[in-house]
Design a protein around this ligand. Structure first.
Ligand code: DGI
Ligand code: FE
Ligand code: FE
Length: 195
């Protein structure tokens, strides 16, 4: 595989607004750095990072219609909060418009917002890179989580999930089953490791 990064970047720059495009580059570089640290595939990390938000600037109506048309299951919470669907719709667009066939990259795009129990190294890298890329400013504990990401991937993952759940609770936003299940799974994992 020799990805055509230049063309993908060019196309994404047209599809995304300026802020989202900057974020996208930040995630791609951060994912590559994490892949270096954890012996992941650099090319896949960059591809998944570049494409993870490729559906972010599509309207909610369009995201819903893409999912419905292509029989992508929509949870009750996704129907009420269609922004969540940019991950699943993005997976579809990455496959159809960016010709991505690698299942690990497609899963990393599809699961980057909620996570999922039993994520692959690449999925964890994208989930974490999305949260810690240099352009992110708002999340609490960012300094600590950025440091943790290069020390212990699963602890960083758990920290992000914990802070995300806290944040969602604070703004009274409904939690997707997958976000909750992912947190419970990695919390249980950590307990088992400590035993
Ligand atoms: O697309 P990005 O902004 O780069 O990042 P993202 O795809 O991780 O989306 C981040 C937002 O998603 C953040 O505000 C928290 C929110 N989120 C994550 N899990 C859930 C959720 N929102 C709701 N309502 N329910 C969830 O389970
Ligand atoms: Fe996203
Ligand atoms: Fe993102």
């Amino acid at each position: 595989m020799k990805a055509d990064f230049k063309n993908i970047r060019k196309k994404l720059e047209k599809e995304l607004d300026a802020k989202r495009f900057e974020h996208t580059l930040g995630v791609a570089y951060t994912a590559a750095a994490l892949a270096m640290r954890y012996q992941g595939d650099l090319e896949k990390a960059q591809l998944a990072g570049l494409l993870h938000d490729c559906a972010k600037c599509i309207s909610n109506e369009k995201k819903l219609s893409i999912c419905e048309k292509h029989h992508i299951p929509i949870s009750e919470i996704e129907r009420k909060n269609p922004f969540l669907l940019h991950a699943k719709a993005g997976c579809y667009i990455a496959r159809k418009q960016y010709h991505i066939q690698d299942q690990d990259i497609l899963n990393a795009i599809s699961n980057h917002t909620t996570g999922r129990p039993g994520m692959s190294l690449l999925e964890k890298i994208i989930y974490i890179a999305d949260y810690i890329e240099p352009g992110r400013k708002q999340a609490p504990n960012l300094t600590r989580i950025r440091q943790l990401a290069f020390q212990n991937l699963d602890q960083a993952l758990l920290g992000i999930l914990r802070d995300t759940l806290k944040y969602l609770e604070s703004i009274d936003s409904p939690v997707d089953v997958m976000t909750r299940q992912t947190y419970d799974y990695y919390l249980e994992n950590q307990k088992k490791e400590k035993e």
